[in-house]
Design a protein around this ligand. Structure first.
Ligand code: PLP
Length: 469
């Protein structure tokens, strides 16, 4: 075993250096000529394994660097990393307390804390929850609970002729479509409700859409709101939508995969005002909380609903009754074997407390504001959507007039050129017909100087691409 520990240490040490390039783009054909991907009948020696692991790290974009702005996570959370290593070492399994005693109690404590922040746990009620592989699975289980509430017989009898209809905003994450497809709702019965000019679901459009479904003889059952949309970081208006849900007795879910940590911040939690009115809530710890993938949770204010929806089976061979069986989490999950993601989240929360996460949100909001102001004062950079959270969507526009299509091509080219030049790793996204550069601010080590460097690089790259064309 010592040999493996030594190799790990040799590989990991250079990986922690801050001066590594954020990414070394390489196409698949080239990569196949460098790394031996073949698997054969004979085994190989440790040196070859070390070489493969080294290649793996070399060509892996480094989301811990301050120049990584591409996805809804970045930076490194050392306590969580320690937790991830120990989790692999333990190979704990979260279906039963017996197979994960400490992790089970840690997960229960996390669920208590998350439910308090959301407001599902109060003096008079106790929320419930279970950790899941990510926001997509959380959104799936939310829709599944809504389906269970609307049609309890469906779990055993399957679908009748009834058409169930779900509503999300036109800015919602694509996992809503996957959920509608997996659960047999049908993606045609997932209505993309119009959003307003701030990217928030429009309540009047929601009510109209529900009325339309009712008139068609369909059965509305689920409203999926988003806290922190993927492109803009918009927060849908919860109280207005919850009031509409009450009129039709619909389940309200909030997808807080990205935006939920705003609840740590006294200064900004108003963006999620009324979230305690929802029935369920998704929260990714592997996004803004910087915990290594995967770590997420589905919360609900309805005790027993997770077991009712996800539970069943396994009693003869897995879920034995003993003095700890009340702590078995397996019946709340759609998985059987489940990794102990709780440890890494618990360690990072223990290390910095609520205040550490709150400081992070507040600091990043300051950086975001500085970034927006720098863009707004630049003659060639233009915001193409509001930035209520930690997403900044902007376009480079040269002084010569270009069509929207040409701007799209140019801005995509800027993203790619910067990556190849070893600069910042950013992504592009489309909002209301305009394609721009999307920055995600998720790394609390990011300084205003990193942002200024990035924006200058965008301008220089844009200008040289225009000059070369
Ligand atoms: C708003 C939102 N919801 C859900 C997801 C899916 O989360 P996961 O990748 O954890 O499944 C994302 C991913 O970016 C997201 O932005």
């Amino acid at each position: 075993m010592q040999q493996y520990l030594d190799i790990f240490q040799q590989l990991a040490s250079p990986y922690f250096r801050q001066d590594r390039p954020v990414s070394e783009p390489i196409n698949a054909e080239q990569l196949k000529t460098i790394v031996d991907f073949s698997l054969g009948s004979k085994g190989t020696d440790l040196a070859a394994l070390k070489q493969a692991a080294s290649h793996y790290l070399n060509y892996q974009p480094d989301s811990a660097q301050v120049d990584f702005f591409k996805l809804l996570y970045s930076g490194r959370n050392n306590p969580a990393l320690l937790g991830d290593w120990v989790t692999s070492l333990s190979n704990a399994n979260m279906h039963t307390y017996q197979m994960s005693p400490v992790a089970t109690l840690m997960e229960q404590e996390l669920i208590t804390q998350w439910n308090r922040l959301v407001g599902f746990t109060t003096d008079t009620q106790t929320g419930d929850g279970v950790m899941v592989s990510g926001g997509s699975q959380a959104n799936l289980i939310a829709m599944m609970m809504a389906r269970q509430k609307a049609c309890p017989e469906l779990k055993t009898k399957g679908f009748s002729n009834q058409t169930l209809v779900a509503y999300v905003s036109d800015q919602a994450h694509y996992s809503a479509q996957k959920a509608a497809s997996v659960l047999g709702i049908g993606t045609d019965n997932l209505i993309a409700v119009a959003s307003d000019n701030q990217g928030r679901l429009c309540p009047t459009a929601l009510k109209d859409a529900i009325e339309h479904s009712v008139k068609q003889g369909h059965k509305p059952f689920y409203i999926g709101l988003t806290a922190g949309t993927t492109v803009l970081g918009a927060f849908d208006p919860v109280p207005e939508c919850a009031a509409i849900a009450d009129l039709y007795d619909l389940w309200v879910h909030i997808d807080g995969a990205w935006g939920a940590p705003i609840l740590f911040s006294q200064q900004y939690k108003h963006l999620l005002e009324g979230c305690e009115l929802a029935d369920s809530f998704a929260w990714d710890a592997h996004k803004l909380m910087n915990v290594p993938i995967t770590a997420a949770v589905i919360l609900t204010r309805h005790q027993g609903m997770l077991e009712q929806t996800c539970g069943g089976g396994g009693g003869d061979y897995l879920f034995h009754s003993d003095e700890n069986s009340a702590h078995n989490l397996g019946q709340k999950s759609i998985q059987c074997g489940r990794r102990a993601d709780a440890l890494k989240v618990w360690l990072s929360w223990k290390a910095i407390g609520h205040n550490g996460f709150s400081d992070k949100v507040d600091q990043l909001q300051v950086i975001k504001q500085g970034c927006v102001e720098a863009i707004e004062s630049s003659p060639t950079l233009h915001m193409i959507g509001p930035a209520p959270y930690l997403n900044v969507l902007f376009q480079f526009r040269p002084s010569t007039h270009l069509s929207e299509d040409q701007l799209r091509v140019l801005n995509i080219a800027i993203c790619k050129a910067m990556q190849v030049q070893g600069g910042a790793f950013v992504d592009y996204a489309k909002y209301q017909g305009k394609t721009g550069i999307r920055l995600i601010l998720a790394n609390s080590d990011t300084q205003a100087s990193d942002i200024n460097r990035l924006l200058s690089h965008c301008i220089k790259t844009g200008e040289s691409l225009v000059n070369a064309s």
